[in-house]
Design a binder for this molecule. Structure first.
Ligand code: SF4
Length: 214
Protein backbone atom coordinates (compact mmCIF):
# COMPACT_ATOMS: atom_id res chain seq x y z
CA UNK A 1 0.00 0.00 0.00
CA UNK A 2 1.33 3.48 -0.87
CA UNK A 3 2.85 5.50 1.95
CA UNK A 4 0.59 8.27 3.29
CA UNK A 5 1.85 11.47 4.83
CA UNK A 6 0.01 13.08 7.75
CA UNK A 7 0.14 16.81 7.00
CA UNK A 8 -1.01 19.68 9.17
CA UNK A 9 -0.73 22.51 6.63
CA UNK A 10 1.05 23.74 3.52
CA UNK A 11 1.47 27.46 2.91
CA UNK A 12 3.50 30.00 0.97
CA UNK A 13 5.40 32.65 2.88
CA UNK A 14 8.92 33.88 3.63
CA UNK A 15 11.18 31.90 5.93
CA UNK A 16 11.09 33.91 9.14
CA UNK A 17 13.98 32.60 11.22
CA UNK A 18 17.67 31.81 11.13
CA UNK A 19 20.23 32.26 8.40
CA UNK A 20 17.67 31.93 5.60
CA UNK A 21 15.26 34.52 6.99
CA UNK A 22 13.52 36.44 4.24
CA UNK A 23 13.70 33.64 1.65
CA UNK A 24 10.50 32.82 -0.28
CA UNK A 25 9.39 29.38 0.87
CA UNK A 26 6.67 26.77 0.79
CA UNK A 27 6.19 25.41 4.28
CA UNK A 28 5.18 21.75 4.53
CA UNK A 29 4.16 21.19 8.13
CA UNK A 30 3.79 17.54 9.08
CA UNK A 31 1.46 16.44 11.86
CA UNK A 32 2.94 14.56 14.80
CA UNK A 33 5.85 15.09 17.16
CA UNK A 34 7.87 12.56 19.13
CA UNK A 35 8.43 15.00 22.03
CA UNK A 36 5.23 16.91 22.64
CA UNK A 37 3.83 19.65 24.83
CA UNK A 38 4.98 18.05 28.10
CA UNK A 39 8.60 18.47 26.98
CA UNK A 40 7.95 21.86 25.35
CA UNK A 41 5.15 23.64 27.27
CA UNK A 42 5.98 26.86 25.33
CA UNK A 43 5.58 25.20 21.91
CA UNK A 44 3.81 27.73 19.66
CA UNK A 45 2.83 25.24 16.93
CA UNK A 46 -0.32 23.18 16.48
CA UNK A 47 0.91 19.90 15.01
CA UNK A 48 -1.53 17.46 16.62
CA UNK A 49 -4.26 16.72 14.11
CA UNK A 50 -3.55 16.02 10.45
CA UNK A 51 -5.67 18.11 8.12
CA UNK A 52 -4.55 16.00 5.13
CA UNK A 53 -3.56 12.36 4.77
CA UNK A 54 -2.01 12.13 1.32
CA UNK A 55 0.12 9.80 -0.74
CA UNK A 56 3.17 11.07 -2.61
CA UNK A 57 1.22 12.31 -5.62
CA UNK A 58 -1.36 14.02 -3.45
CA UNK A 59 1.33 15.71 -1.38
CA UNK A 60 3.14 16.94 -4.50
CA UNK A 61 -0.13 18.23 -5.96
CA UNK A 62 -0.87 20.19 -2.77
CA UNK A 63 2.65 21.66 -2.69
CA UNK A 64 2.35 22.65 -6.36
CA UNK A 65 -1.03 24.29 -5.80
CA UNK A 66 0.34 26.34 -2.89
CA UNK A 67 3.44 27.34 -4.91
CA UNK A 68 1.25 28.43 -7.82
CA UNK A 69 -0.99 30.50 -5.58
CA UNK A 70 1.91 32.03 -3.67
CA UNK A 71 4.66 32.42 -6.25
CA UNK A 72 3.02 31.86 -9.64
CA UNK A 73 4.59 28.41 -9.93
CA UNK A 74 7.29 26.10 -8.68
CA UNK A 75 10.09 28.59 -9.24
CA UNK A 76 13.52 26.87 -9.44
CA UNK A 77 15.42 27.31 -6.19
CA UNK A 78 12.30 27.95 -4.12
CA UNK A 79 12.80 26.82 -0.54
CA UNK A 80 10.66 23.91 0.68
CA UNK A 81 10.70 23.98 4.47
CA UNK A 82 9.84 20.59 5.97
CA UNK A 83 8.70 21.28 9.50
CA UNK A 84 6.27 20.06 12.13
CA UNK A 85 5.87 18.68 14.68
CA UNK A 86 8.90 16.58 13.87
CA UNK A 87 9.35 16.28 10.08
CA UNK A 88 12.01 13.56 10.20
CA UNK A 89 9.33 11.09 11.34
CA UNK A 90 7.80 11.20 7.85
CA UNK A 91 10.07 12.94 5.34
CA UNK A 92 11.56 10.21 3.16
CA UNK A 93 13.57 9.55 0.02
CA UNK A 94 10.67 9.44 -2.47
CA UNK A 95 9.38 12.81 -1.28
CA UNK A 96 12.86 14.34 -1.26
CA UNK A 97 13.66 13.08 -4.76
CA UNK A 98 10.33 14.26 -6.18
CA UNK A 99 10.61 17.74 -4.64
CA UNK A 100 14.19 18.17 -5.82
CA UNK A 101 13.14 17.11 -9.33
CA UNK A 102 10.72 20.06 -9.25
CA UNK A 103 13.55 22.44 -8.40
CA UNK A 104 13.04 22.92 -4.67
CA UNK A 105 15.88 23.43 -2.22
CA UNK A 106 14.84 21.41 0.78
CA UNK A 107 15.26 22.75 4.28
CA UNK A 108 14.31 20.75 7.37
CA UNK A 109 13.66 22.01 10.89
CA UNK A 110 14.17 19.10 13.28
CA UNK A 111 14.28 18.79 17.06
CA UNK A 112 17.37 16.60 16.57
CA UNK A 113 16.17 13.90 18.96
CA UNK A 114 16.71 11.28 16.27
CA UNK A 115 19.34 11.11 13.54
CA UNK A 116 18.45 12.89 10.31
CA UNK A 117 19.61 11.58 6.94
CA UNK A 118 21.28 14.76 5.67
CA UNK A 119 21.31 13.45 2.10
CA UNK A 120 17.54 14.04 2.02
CA UNK A 121 17.87 17.78 2.57
CA UNK A 122 19.88 20.76 1.35
CA UNK A 123 19.73 22.61 4.66
CA UNK A 124 19.28 21.23 8.16
CA UNK A 125 18.24 23.30 11.15
CA UNK A 126 18.40 21.49 14.50
CA UNK A 127 16.54 22.91 17.46
CA UNK A 128 17.05 20.56 20.42
CA UNK A 129 14.52 20.51 23.22
CA UNK A 130 16.32 18.05 25.49
CA UNK A 131 19.88 18.23 26.89
CA UNK A 132 20.79 14.98 25.15
CA UNK A 133 20.06 14.81 21.43
CA UNK A 134 21.19 12.70 18.50
CA UNK A 135 21.78 15.03 15.54
CA UNK A 136 24.97 16.90 16.35
CA UNK A 137 25.76 18.41 12.97
CA UNK A 138 23.92 20.42 10.37
CA UNK A 139 23.70 23.88 8.84
CA UNK A 140 22.35 25.73 11.86
CA UNK A 141 21.76 25.05 15.52
CA UNK A 142 18.87 27.13 16.81
CA UNK A 143 18.28 27.08 20.54
CA UNK A 144 15.20 28.61 22.07
CA UNK A 145 16.32 30.51 25.14
CA UNK A 146 13.84 29.62 27.87
CA UNK A 147 15.72 31.67 30.47
CA UNK A 148 14.54 31.88 34.03
CA UNK A 149 10.81 32.34 33.56
CA UNK A 150 9.84 28.87 32.35
CA UNK A 151 10.98 25.25 32.31
CA UNK A 152 13.53 24.45 29.65
CA UNK A 153 17.03 23.29 28.88
CA UNK A 154 18.48 26.79 28.39
CA UNK A 155 18.24 28.78 31.65
CA UNK A 156 21.59 30.54 31.14
CA UNK A 157 24.70 30.90 28.98
CA UNK A 158 26.49 27.94 30.60
CA UNK A 159 23.61 25.63 29.70
CA UNK A 160 23.73 26.89 26.11
CA UNK A 161 27.48 26.20 25.96
CA UNK A 162 26.97 22.68 27.34
CA UNK A 163 24.27 21.83 24.80
CA UNK A 164 26.33 23.16 21.91
CA UNK A 165 29.57 21.46 22.94
CA UNK A 166 30.79 18.79 20.53
CA UNK A 167 28.41 19.95 17.81
CA UNK A 168 29.35 21.01 14.28
CA UNK A 169 27.02 23.54 12.72
CA UNK A 170 27.57 26.34 10.23
CA UNK A 171 25.53 28.84 12.26
CA UNK A 172 24.61 29.13 15.93
CA UNK A 173 21.44 31.03 16.86
CA UNK A 174 19.69 31.86 20.10
CA UNK A 175 16.01 32.77 19.83
CA UNK A 176 13.48 34.22 22.28
CA UNK A 177 10.60 32.17 23.57
CA UNK A 178 7.64 34.18 22.33
CA UNK A 179 4.80 32.90 24.47
CA UNK A 180 3.16 35.53 26.71
CA UNK A 181 1.85 32.85 29.12
CA UNK A 182 5.44 32.01 30.12
CA UNK A 183 6.71 35.59 30.18
CA UNK A 184 7.81 35.91 26.56
CA UNK A 185 9.01 37.31 24.31
CA UNK A 186 12.10 37.39 26.50
CA UNK A 187 14.29 39.48 24.20
CA UNK A 188 16.10 41.21 27.06
CA UNK A 189 17.62 38.06 28.50
CA UNK A 190 18.29 36.53 25.07
CA UNK A 191 20.25 39.59 23.93
CA UNK A 192 22.15 39.67 27.23
CA UNK A 193 23.03 35.97 26.81
CA UNK A 194 24.17 36.34 23.18
CA UNK A 195 26.46 39.15 24.34
CA UNK A 196 27.81 36.87 27.07
CA UNK A 197 28.34 33.99 24.65
CA UNK A 198 29.98 36.00 21.87
CA UNK A 199 30.75 34.56 18.41
CA UNK A 200 29.62 32.39 16.74
CA UNK A 201 26.31 32.96 18.54
CA UNK A 202 23.78 35.31 16.99
CA UNK A 203 20.28 36.45 17.84
CA UNK A 204 17.53 34.90 15.70
CA UNK A 205 14.50 37.17 15.41
CA UNK A 206 11.19 35.67 14.29
CA UNK A 207 10.85 38.15 11.44
CA UNK A 208 7.58 36.63 10.24
CA UNK A 209 5.95 37.72 13.50
CA UNK A 210 7.32 41.25 13.04
CA UNK A 211 6.06 41.29 9.45
CA UNK A 212 2.70 39.75 10.33
CA UNK A 213 2.98 36.78 7.96
CA UNK A 214 2.56 33.06 8.73
S1 SF4 B 1 9.72 19.38 19.49
FE1 SF4 B 1 9.05 21.27 18.48
S2 SF4 B 1 7.01 20.80 17.58
FE2 SF4 B 1 7.48 19.18 19.10
S3 SF4 B 1 6.47 19.92 20.97
FE3 SF4 B 1 8.64 20.62 21.03
S4 SF4 B 1 8.61 22.70 20.15
FE4 SF4 B 1 6.66 21.72 19.60
Amino acid sequence: MARKYAIKEVFATLQGEGAQAGSPAVFLRFAGCNLGYDVCPWCDTDWVKAEYTLDLEGTLALVRQVAEEGFGGEVPGLLLVATGGEPSLQFDRPLSDALRARGYRISMESNGSRPVDRSLVDWLTVSPKQPEFAQKDGDELKLLFTGTSTAGITPNADAVRRIASETRFGHYFLQAVDVPAVGGPNYGEVIHTVMQLGPPWRLSVQTHKVAGIP
